[in-house]
Design a protein around this ligand. Structure first.
Ligand code: NAD
Length: 296
C-alpha cells in the first residue's frame, strides 16, 4: 500500500481522501481548516502541520485546491512541495486552475526530478463521494501511468488528454460548452412558455430532435421532465453558478492567451457574472433560467 499525501480537504478533496483510505492506502493530510483535517483523521488519516510535511516521505501527493494562486504557493518556493519531496515523487494536481499555471508548475516539477500530472475532474461532490469522477489528465506518459492506479480509485473515467496542461484545457473547453448549452436550453424553454408551449411538450420533442443535448436531457432547467435535475428542488446545487463562472473566466483567460474567438463563451461569462452580482452564485448553474425569466 502506498503512502499518499493529500492537501486540500474541501467539498471534493474530503471525500476523495475517504476513498483512498477505503482502498487501504496510508494517508497524510493537510488543510488550512482544522475541521476538514478532523474529518480525515476520524476516517483514519494521519495529519501534518503544514503542506511541506505532507510531501516529506510520501510516494504520491494529491492536491485539490481552489485556484492557480493556491497551487503555485503550495508547490513552489523554498518550502514548497517540489523543494522538499524526494526525487521521483508523483504529484497529481486535481484543482481546476488556469492552463498557464498548470503548465508552469508541471515544468518546475519535471526540472526538480518529479513526475507530475494536472488532473482536474468533473462529476461534482456526488462523483467524489461515489469514486466515479471523470479525470482529464495532462502530462508525460510515465507520469500518467504512475498516477493512474490512484485516479482509478477516485474516479471511473480517466482520460489522458496529452501533455502538461491539457487536462485543464479539456476541462475549461467542456465547461465553456456546458455553460453555453445551458443558457441555450434555458432560452428555448422561456420562449416556448411565453408562446404557449409547455415545458414537458418541448422536452418530449426537442430531446429526440436536433436541439437535444446534455443540458436538456440530463439536467433540464425546468421542473418536471428530468426528475433528478436541480430545477425540481428550487435550483439547490449541484454545480453552482459561481463554479460555472469560475470555469468560464478560466476559459476566457485561456482564449485571450491564444487569440481564440469565443464570443458565446464571453457572453456566457457575462450572464453568469450577473448571477454572482445579484448574490446568486450559490444557486445551481441551471438557475440561469430564472435570470432569463426575470424571476431571480
Ligand atoms: P473547497 O473550497 O471546498 O476546498 C478547497 C480546500 O482547500 C479548502 O478546504 C481550503 O481550506 C483548502 N486550502 C486552500 N488553500 C490551502 C493551502 N494553501 N493549503 C492547504 N489547504 C488549502 O473547494 P472544492 O469544491 O473542494 O473544489 C476544489 C477544486 O475542485 C477547485 O479547483 C474546484 O474548481 C474544483 N472542482 C469542484 C467541483 C465541485 O462541485 N465542488 C467540481 C469540479 C471541480
Amino acid at each position: 500500500m502506498a503512502k499518499i499525501g493529500f492537501i486540500g480537504l474541501g467539498n471534493m478533496g474530503g471525500p476523495m481522501v475517504q476513498n483512498l483510505i477505503k482502498a487501504g492506502h496510508d494517508l497524510v493530510v493537510f488543510d488550512l481548516s482544522a475541521d476538514a483535517i478532523k474529518k480525515a483523521t476520524d476516517a483514519g488519516a494521519a495529519s501534518a502541520t503544514n503542506a511541506a510535511d505532507v510531501a516529506r516521505g510520501a510516494e504520491i501527493v494529491v492536491t485539490m485546491l481552489p485556484a492557480g494562486s493556491h497551487v503555485s504557493s503550495v508547490y513552489l518556493g523554498d518550502q514548497g512541495l517540489l523543494a522538499v519531496a524526494a526525487k521521483g515523487t508523483v504529484f497529481i494536481d486535481s484543482s481546476t486552475i488556469d492552463v498557464e499555471t498548470a503548465r508552469a508548475v508541471v515544468s518546475e516539477a519535471e526540472q526538480a526530478g518529479m513526475k507530475m500530472v494536472d488532473a482536474p475532474v468533473s462529476g461534482g461532490v456526488g462523483g467524489a463521494e461515489a469514486g466515479t469522477l471523470t479525470f482529464m489528465v495532462g502530462g508525460e506518459n510515465a507520469a500518467f501511468e504512475a498516477a493512474k492506479p490512484y485516479l482509478d480509485i477516485m474516479g471511473k473515467n480517466i482520460f489522458h488528454a496529452g501533455g502538461a496542461g491539457n487536462g485543464q484545457v479539456a476541462k475549461v473547453c467542456n465547461n465553456m460548452l456546458l455553460g453555453i448549452s445551458m443558457i441555450g436550453v434555458a432560452e428555448a424553454f422561456v420562449l416556448a412558455e411565453k408562446l404557449g408551449l409547455d415545458g414537458q411538450t418541448l422536452f418530449d420533442i426537442s430531446s429526440t430532435a436536433s436541439g437535444q443535448c446534455w443540458s436538456m436531457t440530463s439536467y433540464c432547467p425546468v421542473p418536471g421532465p428530468v426528475p433528478s435535475s436541480p430545477a425540481n428542488r428550487d435550483y439547490e446545487p449541484g454545480f453552482t453558478a459561481g463554479m460555472m463562472l469560475k470555469d468560464l473566466r478560466l476559459a476566457q483567460t485561456a482564449a485571450q492567451g491564444v487569440k481564440a474567438a469565443t464570443p458565446l463563451g464571453a457572453q456566457a461569462a457575462a450572464l453568469y457574472s450577473l448571477m454572482e452580482a445579484g448574490g446568486h452564485d450559490q444557486v445551481d448553474f441551471s438557475g440561469i433560467i430564472k435570470l432569463l425569466k426575470g424571476t431571480l
